[in-house]
Design a protein around this ligand. Structure first.
Ligand code: ATP
Ligand code: MG
Length: 412
């Protein structure tokens, strides 16, 4: 015995000549999400994805898995049956008996017009049939239960409750980005939104260890582990930033520190992103949320970045971001108190109106090659995935004459 699930995607989202590519990705991602949930096979059929599961497959696990496959609009447990009225009735009865409801309706659709009855005739016939053994009233406008009957070329599919999928586009269909992940509330939500738009995401966290404890590193790992549920294989770079900050304190004017930290972060992240083949950086900035997120300061950070800086939360309120973090499940991890590197050497009166020209001036005494060595000589690279977690230390300092990881202007 097998069990079947039918998963639908948004037609509009996956239209155009890339459609086969999107659908292939979606099928592959569906397989990966259910690999440990009793999957037998999954394939693209009838403009949807048909999943075959072991009889024993635990439904809660299947459901949780599918809810992490971006690109799925909805899914349902489905009965497959031959193209005969009696067989369709039996399938309808199984669906009805597995549901609790007061009112219902039948929604039949002929994907193949060769079937002897029209959709209307099917609706009537099957509706009367359900009433014959349930006595339940029909409600066309607001039924508790809709029984869907899809008549196809070789079989019919019958299903009841549709469960909402996560929407968006299949991960892996939109190119790679590198997300700057703090231990805060915002950046994990920003990364989530890029995953949901089909990007593959690598993660970069800057930490103040050994000047601070390792709590922010721990949080970054937990956040990546959670977000990895959406992509199935994720790399996290843990970059030591404390010594870099100490040098900034020694060599640059105090009010500019915070913006300099950010500019150094995007330069260093840009270097890592390029080794990863990422096409953009992602941050959790939201306009005006804190002093460092004025339009002027954001522009001053942009000026230091060579790759596009994407800020998916830029127009969101804190409350909206928190609500989303709660839905994703990152919120409880994010609110655990940690020692974030941004708390290290904070200026008393940070600038809120930095210009790019001022910043270059403020950074003129920094030794960029030395700063890059401090940050990149011993980066911890952690690969999360189905095989568990692998960790290694790696130097990401470029070798060879004239090779520099970061430069004073745009990203080296
Ligand atoms: P978050 O809640 O994401 O920490 P925030 O509201 O605290 O954001 P900032 O501290 O100004 O705002 O950080 C803005 C963005 O810069 C973050 O969303 C993140 O993308 C990036 N960032 C800040 N600190 C770090 C860090 N230690 N490592 C990596 N990225 C960071
Ligand atoms: Mg923060």
């Amino acid at each position: 015995m097998a069990r079947y699930v039918i998963a639908h995607y948004h037609e509009v989202a996956l239209k155009g000549k890339n459609r086969p590519f999107f659908v292939d990705r979606l099928v592959a991602n569906t397989r990966r999400a259910l690999a440990e949930a009793g999957l037998r096979r999954a394939s693209a059929v009838y403009n949807s994805i048909l999943v075959e599961l072991d009889d024993q497959a635990p439904w809660e696990v299947v459901q949780a898995g599918l809810q992490r496959v971006f690109g799925l609009a909805n899914f349902a447990r489905v009965e497959r049956c031959p193209l005969e009225l009696e067989a369709i009735k039996a399938a309808v009865q199984r669906v009805v008996e597995a549901s609790t409801f007061h009112t219902f309706r039948i929604s039949a659709r002929r994907g193949d017009k060769r079937f002897a009855m029209t959709s209307d005739e099917l609706n009537r016939e099957l509706g009367a049939f359900v009433q014959s053994f349930t006595r339940a009233p029909v409600s066309l406008k607001q039924p508790d239960l809709t029984v869907y009957v899809e008549v196809l070329a070789r079989e019919a599919l019958v299903y009841g409750e549709k469960i909402a999928g996560p929407g968006g586009l299949p991960v892996g269909s939109g190119g790679r980005v590198a997300a700057l992940l703090s231990g805060g509330i915002d950046s994990p939500v920003a990364a989530y939104r890029m995953l949901r738009r089909g990007c593959t995401v690598s993660f970069i966290h800057f930490h103040g260890y050994p000047f601070l404890d390792a709590s922010s590193k721990q949080k970054a790992q937990e956040l990546v582990e959670l977000l990895d549920g959406y992509q199935g294989s994720s790399r996290l770079y843990l970059v030591p930033f404390g010594e870099v900050q100490r040098q900034v304190v020694l060599d640059a004017p105090e009010p500019y520190r915070t913006v300099i930290y950010r500019r150094l972060m995007v330069r260093l992240a840009g270097h890592i992103a390029r080794t990863e083949g990422a096409l953009a950086l992602v941050t959790g900035d939201s306009l005006g949320q804190v002093a460092s997120q004025t339009l002027e300061n954001l522009a001053a950070v942009d000026a230091a970045a060579e790759l596009p800086l994407l800020r998916p939360l830029i127009g969101m309120d804190k409350l909206e971001i928190i609500r989303q973090a709660e839905q994703i499940g990152t919120y409880p991890i994010s609110i655990v108190a940690d020692q974030d590197c941004c708390q290290l050497f904070m200026p008393r009166h940070p600038t809120t109106h930095a210009t790019a020209a001022e910043m270059l001036q403020a950074e003129q005494h920094l030794d960029f090659d030395q700063l890059a060595r401090f940050a990149l000589d011993e980066v911890e690279v952690i690969d999360h995935g189905r095989g568990g977690r692998r960790k290694e230390r790696r130097s990401l300092v470029p070798v060879g004459a004239g090779a520099s990881a970061i430069t004073p202007g745009g990203d080296g």
